[in-house]
Design a protein around this ligand. Structure first.
Ligand SMILES: Cc1cc2nc3c(=O)[nH]c(=O)nc-3n(C[C@H](O)[C@H](O)[C@H](O)COP(=O)(O)OP(=O)(O)OC[C@H]3O[C@@H](n4cnc5c(N)ncnc54)[C@H](O)[C@@H]3O)c2cc1C
Length: 394
């Protein structure tokens, strides 16, 4: 199959960029495909968000997958006739179910399910005619341009002490996670961010005895980076910084890693005060296991005996893409910063035929790159490349 565009990864980023290419850059649907191993597009998004039990997104309603900024607000119907709970204050954050229904509408509008190839890209090589992409099924595709929208959701962060072969210890974002207790249990949740908070609250509501272990005190921030990153306030200075090492350190400082928004902070503090949730501040430095229970050692001197340990420790910070990207970097001599991440041009081109989004676009888009806002920004830049006829063969 010979394509104009192949989007690799059908998550939030891949879906939005495909919609932008079709809707804004007027790429013909016959000439675009999205390759993703999920049964449906956005499977990883749906699985991870459902697991947390979250009711509303952390981001505002203008951050969605359609083209027009007000699309999600319009989709929600007239303000007067809206049912309560569709949006949460502040910043009109959509409910997860509204956001997901809107995603489905975007998929339908652009016929994205028909463009989805259920497979995994395992090798990409660039030559003067295009990019050859080999899939795990053995099938080969040829595209004039590819977008690497790989995301980080396949690389869950497992602490060294956590065994991978004990069903009682699971990472909540591991594909196929089935570690939810079916009867009342003592559960240790490990992690200091929003997902650890949401999962602890979900377990507490379901009647479990919950212990939340965080390395640090509760950190409260509305968003995972300052709102100044959504406009020009900080981004202009970021773009004017040309040293990728400096950019990396700005991104690290700007991210409110391991933070919770105020409403989750309030619910956690209330549950702790009412003795419905045990809070432990410290580093887990080991786990003793026997058939009956798990003993979690928390530095300096706490031991919690539990039926189950759920890791809500997020995703590894290393560059996604594994050996497929290692090989592409070598064969096409693609530039990387010392952190391993791509150095790309302002239109997110790593190579005339290779575009990036999400974590891979971070050194160009800054701290919001991984979020929905980052997908929208990546969409702007890639459409800009097409419009300026910069995409190879466009
Ligand atoms: C629980 C949770 C809640 C969040 N809430 C918000 C929020 O409210 N607002 C916000 O802005 N952000 C939020 N985020 C952050 C971010 O927007 C999401 O993580 C988003 O899903 C990232 O999208 P993505 O497309 O980059 O990555 P992913 O969701 O990881 O999707 C990438 C896809 O690419 C596929 N893939 C990987 N490698 C290959 C390959 N070689 N071949 C083919 N396919 C491949 C993967 O299987 C996956 O399906 C949240 C994240 C989580 C985990």
């Amino acid at each position: 199959m010979s394509l104009e565009w192949l989007v690799i990864g059908g998550g939030i980023h891949g879906v939005h960029i495909a919609a932008r290419l079709l809707g804004d850059a007027k790429v013909s649907p016959e000439r675009l495909r999205i390759v993703d191993p999920g049964e449906r597009l956005l499977d990883r998004w749906r699985d991870c968000t459902t697991t947390t039990g979250m009711n509303h997104l952390r981001s505002p309603s203008v951050h969605h997958l359609d083209l027009e900024h007000q699309s999600l607000q319009r989709f929600a119907g007239k303000r007067k006739s809206r049912s309560p709970g569709l949006f949460a204050l502040p910043f009109e954050r959509p409910s997860l179910s509204l956001f997901n229904a809107h995603c489905e509408q975007v998929e339908e509008t652009f016929g994205l399910a028909d463009l989805h190839i259920r497979d995994r890209a395992v090798n990409c090589s660039v030559d003067c005619g295009g990019v050859r992409v080999e899939l795990s099924s053995g099938r080969e595709l040829e595209a004039q341009n590819i977008v690497l929208a790989l995301g980080a959701s396949e690389q869950t962060e497992w602490p060294e002490w956590a065994p991978r072969n004990d069903a009682r210890v699971q990472h909540v974002f591991e594909p196929g996670f089935d570690g939810w207790p079916s009867s009342p249990e003592t559960v240790v949740v490990v992690g200091g961010g929003i997902s650890a908070g949401q999962i602890s609250l979900r377990l507490e509501t379901e009647g479990h005895d919950v212990h939340l272990v965080s390395r640090h005190a509760l950190r409260q921030h509305q968003f995972d980076s300052d709102t100044g990153w959504l406009g020009t306030r900080y981004t202009t200075e970021f773009i004017n910084e040309h040293d990728p090492e400096q950019r990396r350190s700005v991104i690290t400082d700007a991210r409110h890693k391991g933070s919770v928004p105020p409403e989750i902070g309030r619910s956690l503090r209330r549950a702790i005060a009412r003795d419905r949730l045990q809070w432990h501040e410290g580093e887990v430095n080991g786990l003793d296991t026997n058939e009956e229970s798990l003993s979690v050692n928390i530095a300096p001197d706490t031991m919690v005996s539990a039926d189950r340990v759920l890791l809500a420790t997020g995703f590894e910070s290393k560059r996604p893409g594994g050996t497929m990207l290692d090989e592409l970097i070598t064969s096409a001599s693609l530039p990387c910063a010392s952190c391993g991440y791509p150095i790309v041009d302002p239109n997110l081109r790593w190579h005339p035929r290779v575009f990036v989004s999400g974590p891979l676009a971070e050194l160009e888009l800054g701290p919001v790159s991984r979020n929905i806002a980052g997908a929208r920004r990546a969409g702007d830049r890639i459409v800009n490349a097409v419009r300026s006829n910069l995409a190879a063969g466009a």
